[in-house]
Design a protein around this ligand. Sequence first.
Ligand code: NAG
Ligand code: NAG
Ligand code: NAG
Ligand code: NAG
Length: 383
Amino acid sequence: MSMARRALACCLLLAKPDRCGAECAVDLLQRKLDLELSAPSVPHVLMIVADDLGWADLRSRRRAETAQEAQGWAETHTPNLDKLRAEGVSLERHYTTSSSPPSRCSLWSGRLPTHVTHGDLSVNHQMLWNKKDNNSGFDGIPRGMTGLGTKLKEAGYETHYVGKWDAGWATPEHTPLGRGFDSFLGFLQAENDYWSKDRGPLKYLLDICLNKFKDFSFYNATYRGGVTAQMSTELGCNATLMRGKPFTPMGCDMDNRSECLPETCYEEAMFLQHAKRIVQNHDKTKPLFLTFAHHLPHSPVSVPWSYMKKLEELVVATGVPHTVPWTTKRKIHAASLLYLDAMVGDLVQTFQESKACTRTRCWSSCLTTALQRICVRAPTTTR
Ligand SMILES: *[C@@H]1O[C@H](CO)[C@@H](O)[C@H](O)[C@H]1NC(C)=O
Ligand SMILES: *[C@@H]1O[C@H](CO)[C@@H](O)[C@H](O)[C@H]1NC(C)=O
Ligand SMILES: *[C@@H]1O[C@H](CO)[C@@H](O)[C@H](O)[C@H]1NC(C)=O
Ligand SMILES: *[C@@H]1O[C@H](CO)[C@@H](O)[C@H](O)[C@H]1NC(C)=O
């Protein structure tokens, strides 16, 4: 129901006190509201995943009691993440595994990590296939299991996945589209190059067809394949990607460092463009489930040059001296946290602006208005 119609319903109720007094009307309204509010509410859901984010990678976790701690604090800038943490629920005793695939498989499936993955990174067995077991004899969540995407799809959600998957990709059933998502933009395996989007240094096998699939892909109901030059332009990256060439972490050609890609070609920037478009173009009468699974701050950690500069300025402004060598690796890691944080802030803001009038919110604003008016006459009723 639209906000106008809801407001009308409230007003009609208020305008008919003839059959009972004001208190009775309040009572009726109260019961009507209780009834409607106890119906299952359908919130839009934005799920953000950061990969390999350390416990102390949030500034709000940092202490500055020793010189070294002070330096860590000065290098870590995560205002948006800290705000979400302060306003939300922080699970202080939630334990997970130390590598990404088991944690991710567990998060999507709701099962213990050990039940949903077999990956052995050291021997590149990401694609292992036990031919005697075509259900769970692969790496990743067994085919027969459901997950968050499937369940929310069943509940009527529109479901989109952006970013890193890494929860199994041996067969189509293992991929996001096989797991209840309507669309997927991203990469399936554990890591890729943030600039070229090619397989990262570990060169994971992509599939049991031995890399016949591309791994910076877009999948929807009608298109399944690599991100084309046109799609790339639409995602903000209008540049030839110099495929097959190694990049520096700041997006320059390893052989000629004056040849760099524009920052809009950074993988996470392209993901963000896509995610924001999903939120903005979403049909607001349907509930949305959007997963944004950042690659950051996972290896091979890379970051646009402008964030290295911004970070340096923030660190200088703290006035904290470097007692631990302020190495390039430290800087890139810290700058990547700053970038991650800025993206989260941007996406959350887009989400809030676009969802300013969700069904739930419209209802509660109508409810507040109605009760404020009625409460003038019946101050005993509060909610
Ligand atoms: C699993 O699938 C493969 C390929 O389709 C087939 O060769 C094999 O017999 C299947 N295994 C079982 C136990 O069904
Ligand atoms: C799927 O993506 C392609 C390429 O961006 C687009 O042309 C097409 O309209 C999309 N299909 C649906 C059903 O959204
Ligand atoms: C993309 O870049 C090419 C070459 O620089 C230019 O001709 C073209 O207009 C650009 N397209 C868009 C959509 O910006
Ligand atoms: C490196 O790239 C710059 C900018 O594109 C170019 O002017 C220069 O000739 C290149 N140098 C070499 C050695 O290729």
